[in-house]
Design a protein around this ligand. Structure first.
Ligand SMILES: [Zn+2]
Length: 326
């Protein structure tokens, strides 16, 4: 049940907002300049921003913003807030180029994803505060709310969709498509089992539309935003997450093992791996779990099963989601 909650990053944004009595929309450059030297330069490639240590220790860090972003003020605004996140979340390594247009991963696969996810979550909470979104009292019209919140706060529609989705109950999937129907970005509310389609793919949304219990739509400039809600009984018919428990039951059935016992063994290994070696990235957690289960001599049939990888992946997703939700 992925939930990229990034609570610490969001709390830091909320505290900054309260300290400065910010009301949406505010001048984000002025806020960033309280903590960093903000400059515009031509940066190579698809870089939106680069946050750097001061040349002289003790001086404030530098935020370099891609000069050409002045043509897309909403993306520039998000890039400044994202870079400020790197400055204020003191454990972030500086000097790494950022591309805020890339679709964030639902859960961080690598340490780099984790840092980028936190900076994005910081930027979303700063620019689209949860309390501000709730104040519209419009969660029953999510597509309209996302479109309106993006316009009012001056950010692209994708971060607005992510911010609103975090407030929705389980079961919601949102998709932004271009005018030819290709997926630009997609996501879901916490606890949703139905998978969001992958960005960059041609997307046939007919099954989603047919099975949805609610359908919402907002037309944007050159793109469309679709929001669907699914009841639990339509989950099986659409691409959906498999819980570690379900995969363990499938493997146990194949190997004539007791499903509950296997699930309990995997839970035990997961608890140990999480305590001893755990990490908040999927790659780190997957490696820790694999190592732990492979060390259990009586589970060699399980580790040799074709779906052992699926089992470890599903468990790693559950553990990382839990860590990020803390
Ligand atoms: Zn970044």
């Amino acid at each position: 049940m992925p939930d990229s909650a990034y609570r610490v990053a969001r709390r830091v944004a909320r505290e900054l907002s309260q300290d400065l009595l910010l009301t949406t929309p505010f001048n984000v450059d002025e806020v960033a300049q309280r903590h960093a030297v903000l400059v515009e330069e031509e940066l190579p490639g698809r870089t939106d921003s680069l946050t750097l240590h001061a040349p002289v220790p003790g001086d404030p860090p530098r935020i370099v913003i891609q000069r050409s972003l002045s043509a897309t003020p909403d993306r520039r605004r998000f890039a400044v807030a994202h870079a400020l996140g790197h400055v204020l979340l003191g454990w972030h390594p500086l000097g790494v180029p950022c591309d805020v247009s890339s679709r964030p991963r639902e859960l961080p696969v690598t340490g780099h994803d984790l840092v980028e996810g936190e900076a994005n979550a910081f930027a979303r909470e700063l620019l689209l505060p949860r309390a501000w979104l709730e104040g519209f009292d419009a969660l029953e019209r999510p597509a309209e709310l996302i479109r309106h919140a993006a316009g009012r706060s001056g950010v692209p529609v994708m971060p607005a969709a992510r911010a609103v989705a975090l407030l929705l109950p389980p079961g919601f999937v949102w998709v932004v498509t271009d005018e030819w129907g290709a997926v630009l970005d997609a996501g879901r509310s916490p606890g949703t089992q139905v998978c969001a389609p992958a960005a960059g793919t041609a997307f046939d949304g007919r099954d989603y539309a047919r099975l949805a219990a609610e359908r919402h739509r907002a037309d944007l400039e050159g793109s469309s935003l679709l929001v669907w809600r699914f009841d639990q009984d339509s989950v099986e018919e659409l691409p959906h997450d498999h819980t570690a428990r379900q995969v363990a039951a499938d493997i146990a059935a194949d190997l004539a093992l007791d499903a509950d016992e296997l699930a309990a063994r995997i839970d035990g290994a997961a608890g140990w791996a999480n305590e001893q070696l755990g990490s908040s990235s999927l790659a780190g957690m997957t490696a820790a779990l694999t190592e732990r289960v492979q060390a259990m001599a009586d589970l060699t049939a399980v580790t040799g099963h074709a779906r052992f990888g699926d089992l470890v992946d599903a468990k790693a997703v559950e553990l990382v989601a839990k860590r990020l939700a803390r």
